[in-house]
Structures are given as structure tokens and as C-alpha cells.
Design a protein around this ligand. Structure first.
Ligand SMILES: Cc1cc2nc3c(=O)[nH]c(=O)nc-3n(C[C@H](O)[C@H](O)[C@H](O)COP(=O)(O)OP(=O)(O)OC[C@H]3O[C@@H](n4cnc5c(N)ncnc54)[C@H](O)[C@@H]3O)c2cc1C
Ligand code: FES
Length: 338
């Protein structure tokens, strides 16, 4: 029987390796061509240190001088001493993937659907040419997609938890003018060949041990659709989740049906929307996403995930830093333009 470990590097490149029963994480990684930093293999030098982000593990030995009690309490482990006890686990290594001879993987597929879901956003669905070619990623991570007919590559967060029937989905903002935006609006045709490089990024859902604040700006919602999908698939999620979703105009709101469905399938999920520049007929909240933050909800310890345009991320971070909130961990992905 094999378990699966996601190995995430500082530059966001991720590899998934099968770890046999009783096999050490270090050995499993090497078997897959991922040469993790290693020296003593005895739990003494600390060269193979990493952070367990999710999953259960058994750690054979850690020398007292190698990791402090606080580091161990924070999830630090040694790859040369770690075995997996759960079917899935993820580990963060604070080194670049290039140090471990890990190359990025390019996958080929075809455009199978382009659907405009609001005035300023479209869903791009890609069907992989070889559905058996494993493409694994952690929800929240992204792919770099080559815009067909050009040499330009653009980054997009996965909008589902896993590849489903060989298909990938992305929620993409349509700018008035832009390489990907123009392609999707004007020239995309079902069947177009399309390449992508994945998985990338250090923005992914950590083990959920406390309430979650999710903050989406515009198509930053995409990453959260993937994460919520994952929580729905896992089932049994008891922690409350609050998603605050801000857009510029009400016609930018996308995928509300999916969000509504999550309010039924997840035990304690709620979302609110807010619009910065609404038209006259808008009945909902007007303002910026921070106006939706609930001091009552945020009085308890929580994990905050922020995804979208840089100004929204900065404003949210500043709000959290300067407000009287509980202790929190912060994870964010800025949609910086290429
Ligand atoms: C890690 C990561 C993940 C991302 N995930 C997503 C995602 O899931 N969905 C998504 O829609 N986008 C996402 N983006 C942004 C995306 O990669 C592109 O930057 C965006 O889609 C614009 O591409 P384009 O080819 O249409 O425009 P471009 O040809 O890149 O740009 C055209 C013009 O518009 C400007 N511009 C670019 N972006 C913006 C913007 N946001 N607001 C105003 N002007 C802009 C450019 O400076 C340029 O002048 C992500 C970015 C990163 C770095
Ligand atoms: S290689 Fe020395 S502690 Fe793991």
C-alpha cells in the first residue's frame, strides 16, 4: 500500500511521491528522482528539515540539538526520519526546487470549453491529451498556461480540487485588452492545442485545525473554489469557514451558484459579497472586501487565506495587522501581472 506525500519547495514547485508502508520520506523522494538535501541520515545534522503542513506522520528520531521543542511543536520534522501514517500528507522544504534536481512538468491538452460566467470573467476548461498522465496539485496552487498562438505564458489558479475526468478548470478575468483576455474573448476555439506547466505555488490549504477566513478579490475566487471543493470531497469538516468576496462591479460576480451549493454541502460555510462601484439597482453591500471582516468571527484564533489583486491583499493584511483580532496564520497569493 502506498501513501502520497506532496513535497513543496520554496519556489512553489511541488512534487507528489508515493511513500510505501514503512518507507522513509527521504527514500521515497529519492526513488522519484527528487534529491532532497541530505547528509547524515541519522536525525542529527538537520540538513533534511522540513515542515509537515498536513497529514499524520511517525518520526523515528530527532536529536535534541537538531530541532527545538518549539520547532517540533510547529510541525518541523526530518525527512530522513519520517514515515507517513495517513494516505495524504504535505511537507514544505525551505529550499528552491533546483537544489533538488526537480524540473517543472509540462502537460499538453486541448481547450474543451470557454464559457463567459460574468461581464469580466470566463471559465477555461482544458482536457488533458493523456488523462493517465498524472497531474496532481494542491488546491490553491496554479498552472502557467501558454496562450495558444502566442509565446506568452500566464498564471492561473486551479478552480477544482483535482483533475476530473482528465479536465482542468480555471476562472479567468477578462481585461478590456490583454493576451489571454483577447484570446478567450475573440479567438479561442474548442480543440485548440494548449500547454501548461504545473503545479506551482506555495498557496494551498494547510491542515484545517481552526476557523478559516478566505478573502477573494475578483477571480481570486478561483483558488477558493478549488479549496472548498477539496473540503467538500473530504467531508466531515467541522471548522467554520467565512469567505469574503469583493469585486469592482456587480456584473463581475461569478460562480455564485457554486458558492451557494457549498453552503449546503459544508457544515459551517458562509460567504458574503461586496461591490466597490455598483450600479443603481444593486441591493447588496457597497465597499471593499475588508468591510466584510467580522470582528466577532476574527476574535478567535484563525487561519487567513487571501487571493487576488495585490492592492486587495495589502489592504487586507493591513486591516488584520492593525485590528484587534485573535492569533492568526496568514497565507496569500498575489495576482501579479506578467
Ligand atoms: C500566481 C498567480 C495566479 C494567478 N491566478 C489567476 C487566476 O486564477 N485568475 C485570473 O484571472 N488571473 C490570475 N492571475 C493573473 C493572470 O496571470 C494574468 O496576469 C491576467 O489574467 C492578465 O492576463 P492577460 O494576458 O489577459 O493580460 P496581459 O497581456 O498580461 O496584460 C494586459 C494589460 O493589462 C494590465 N493588467 C494585467 N493584469 C491586470 C489586472 N489584474 N488589473 C488591471 N490591469 C492588469 C497589464 O499591465 C497590461 O498593461 C494570476 C497571477 C499570478 C501571478
Ligand atoms: S540528513 Fe541529517 S537529519 Fe536528516
Amino acid at each position: 500500500m502506498h501513501n502520497t506525500a506532496a513535497i513543496v519547495f520554496r519556489d512553489g514547485i511541488t512534487r507528489f511521491v508515493k511513500v510505501g508502508a514503512n518507507e522513509l520520506l527521504m527514500d521515497a523522494a529519492q526513488r522519484h528522482g527528487v534529491n532532497l538535501p541530505v547528509d547524515c541520515r541519522e536525525g542529527v545534522c538537520g540538513t533534511c528539515r522540513c515542515v509537515r503542513e498536513s497529514g499524520d506522520v511517525d518520526v523515528e528520531y530527532i536529536d535534541d540539538e537538531t530541532l527545538t521543542e518549539e520547532e517540533v511543536a510547529d510541525g518541523h520534522v526530518l525527512a530522513c526520519q519520517t514515515r507517513l501514517l495517513s494516505t495524504q500528507a504535505s511537507f514544505y522544504f525551505d529550499v528552491d526546487s533546483s537544489v533538488c534536481s526537480v524540473a517543472t512538468e509540462v502537460h499538453n491538452g486541448k481547450v474543451s470549453e470557454v464559457k463567459q460566467v460574468s461581464d469580466a470573467a470566463a471559465i477555461l476548461e482544458i482536457t488533458l491529451d493523456d488523462p493517465l498522465q498524472a497531474l496532481q496539485y494542491l488546491p490553491g496552487q496554479y498552472a502557467r498556461i501558454e496562450v495558444p498562438g502566442t509565446s506568452a505564458w500566464r498564471a492561473y489558479s486551479f478552480a477544482t480540487a483535482t483533475v476530473k475526468d482528465g479536465k482542468l478548470r480555471f476562472l479567468i478575468r477578462l481585461l478590456p485588452s490583454g493576451v489571454m483576455s483577447d484570446y478567450l474573448r475573440k479567438s479561442a476555439v474548442v480543440g485548440d492545442a494548449i500547454s501548461l506547466e504545473a503545479p506551482l505555488g506555495a498557496f494551498y490549504l494547510r491542515e484545517v485545525q481552526r476557523p478559516l477566513l478566505m478573502v477573494a478579490g475578483g477571480t481570486g475566487l478561483s483558488a477558493f473554489l478549488g479549496m472548498l471543493d477539496q473540503l467538500e470531497n473530504q467531508g466531515g469538516m467541522e471548522q467554520p469557514i467565512r469567505l469574503c468576496y469583493g469585486v469592482t462591479q456587480e456584473t463581475d460576480l461569478s460562480e455564485l451558484d457554486r458558492l451557494e451549493a457549498f453552503t449546503h454541502s459544508l457544515s459551517d460555510f458562509a460567504y458574503e459579497t461586496i461591490v466597490m462601484n455598483p450600479g443603481d439597482g444593486w441591493q447588496g453591500r457597497k465597499g471593499v472586501v475588508c468591510d466584510l471582516f467580522s470582528p466577532d468571527f476574527l476574535a478567535q484564533p484563525f487561519d487567513a487565506y487571501l487571493c487576488g489583486p495585490p492592492p486587495m491583499i495589502e489592504a487586507s493584511k493591513q486591516w488584520l495587522e492593525t485590528s484587534d483580532v485573535g492569533e492568526y496564520r496568514l497565507f496569500f497569493e498575489k495576482f501579479i501581472s506578467s
